[in-house]
Design a protein around this ligand. Structure first.
Ligand SMILES: [Ca+2]
Length: 148
């Protein structure tokens, strides 16, 4: 079992950063900063579990490449990275729970409310980062990442 642990130091104030702003490293504040442990979940590719006192700390920076989805708004909570281009069902623990996304690829990611690409919700354009549309929040069950 391979475990990846990343230490994230973030101030709670970073959560209020605007969506349009580039990912910035907030200055650590000893009053509000705690260590967050990010652990790869075995058995499901691209799934990371956030634990620790500030598990809600902003996690945009943890999305290294590909397309990342989070279980809460503003890139916090648990993160799932789409494993490759093509069609994928959302892993079980994330089904109907995803709320924000960062598409770091150069292709469109189409999202669907049902498994196996049923019930098209809409596209996530290349480079787009932010919260899912309120009507799509916690409904997503599959994706189709366009291969280019
Ligand atoms: Ca669904």
């Amino acid at each position: 079992m391979r475990t990846k642990v990343i230490t994230v130091l973030t101030a709670l104030a970073a959560v209020t950063a605007t969506l349009a702003a580039p990912a910035a490293v907030a200055a650590p504040d000893p009053q509000t900063t705690e260590k967050t442990r990010v652990t790869r979940v075995p058995g499901t590719e691209g799934v990371y579990q956030y634990t620790g006192g500030d598990y809600r700390a902003q996690a945009w920076d943890d999305c290294r490449s590909g397309t990342c989805f989070w279980t809460e708004f503003e890139g916090v909570g648990h993160m799932w990275t789409v494993p490759s281009c093509g069609r994928h069902n959302v892993p079980g623990d994330f089904n109907d729970r995803l709320s924000s996304v960062w598409n770091k690829t150069s292709s469109v990611i189409n999202i669907f409310q049902d498994a196996n690409q049923g019930g098209y919700l809409g596209p996530v354009p290349p480079g787009w980062r932010g919260n899912l549309h309120p009507a799509h929040n916690e409904r997503m069950s599959s994706v189709d990442a366009v291969c280019i």
